[in-house]
Write a new protein. Structure first.
Length: 282
């Protein structure tokens, strides 16, 4: 059974993101170097979140235009507040579900963009198998001939220890495995899946790479593993009622203590696997 969206609730807030995941827009030097933004570039940022990385790209593309799209009204209003159009005239943010751009932002699919970019968002956006191919068809249609799609996302095996532990916790707390799987919010593809899909859509694939990148989480005072599980695992945790949720998170953190906690300083680390790709529209 394909996973279905269990809820349209906005699970994102800039505050929780900055507390528990501030490292996400920072660990981006490789994908940003692949983007190689030029001063006159026009860039569409898919799943831009609360905007710091989009603003960094806009600073490089000063004479061009950069538009960030995100499904979360909370993240977009934070981006608009932090990077006001009046002070950043080449930068704009819009709420749009990037699984349905042909309905929600058809004007961006105009074959005019130099680059389509995305960081840490496609593994959410590609969750539904039914709209996966369309997401790349939209990127293809947005680009001008010769334009590049450049992105980083979770790849096969990403955060496997946390994902499996949350799933196990929910099953132990009485939720049937099929139901838990249907609520799993992520798709972490292999290089092979990605290269085949991009080629099938019509891209010339220049690069698809997978990197195992253990990542240090924020400290316990700022969120730590508890905050990470609550923010990124929100759709899974919704399977249990609010009263049980704290118990489930505690169980997950205790089980993961064995594999994710470092003895020397008590820091939490998760096995991130990043998939990066560069594909050109002929
Ligand atoms: C981990 S954040 C990454 C944000 C930003 N790109 C960064 O590097 O900090 C993932 C973002 O994907 C967005 N997202 C998830 N599903 C989406 C969808 N269907 N359409 C657009 N954005 C989506 C979320 O709202 C969230 O802001």
């Amino acid at each position: 059974m394909p996973p279905t969206q269990t809820t349209n609730k906005d699970h994102w807030t800039s505050k929780a993101y900055n507390t528990s995941a501030s490292f996400v827009p920072k660990l981006t030097s490789t994908v940003v170097s692949y983007l190689d933004a030029q001063p006159t570039d026009t860039v569409l940022d898919i799943g831009c979140g609360d905007g710091p990385l989009t603003a960094q790209i806009a600073a490089a593309a000063q004479l061009g235009r950069v538009v960030g799209l995100d499904a979360s009204p909370s993240m977009i209003s934070s981006a608009q507040a932090d990077y006001a159009h009046s002070k950043h005239p080449n930068l704009a943010f819009r709420v749009a579900d990037c699984t349905k751009l042909s309905k929600e932002a058809p004007d961006v699919l105009n074959g005019s963009w130099d680059k389509v970019f995305s960081n840490a968002a496609y593994h959410w956006i590609l969750r539904n198998p039914e709209t996966r191919r369309d997401v790349f068809v939209d990127a293809f249609n947005a680009l001008k001939p010769g334009g590049a799609l450049v992105f980083e996302m979770g790849g096969a095996g990403n955060v496997a220890e946390v994902r499996s532990t949350i799933i196990a916790a929910l099953v132990i707390h009485g939720i049937p495995l099929d139901e838990v799987r249907a609520a799993d919010p992520w798709f972490f593809p292999s290089e092979k899946w990605m290269a085949t899909t991009l080629e099938d859509v019509g891209f010339n694939v220049e690069k698809v790479e997978l990197e195992y990148r253990p990542t240090k989480l924020t400290g316990d005072d700022e969120g730590g593993l508890d905050g990470w599980v609550r923010l990124f695992g929100a759709q899974l945790l919704e399977k249990v009622n609010e009263l049980k949720r704290a118990e489930v998170v505690k169980w997950v953190v205790e089980v993961l203590r064995s594999s994710c906690r470092r003895e020397e300083d008590g820091s939490w680390w998760i096995g991130y696997v990043r998939l990066r790709a560069v594909a050109k529209k002929p």
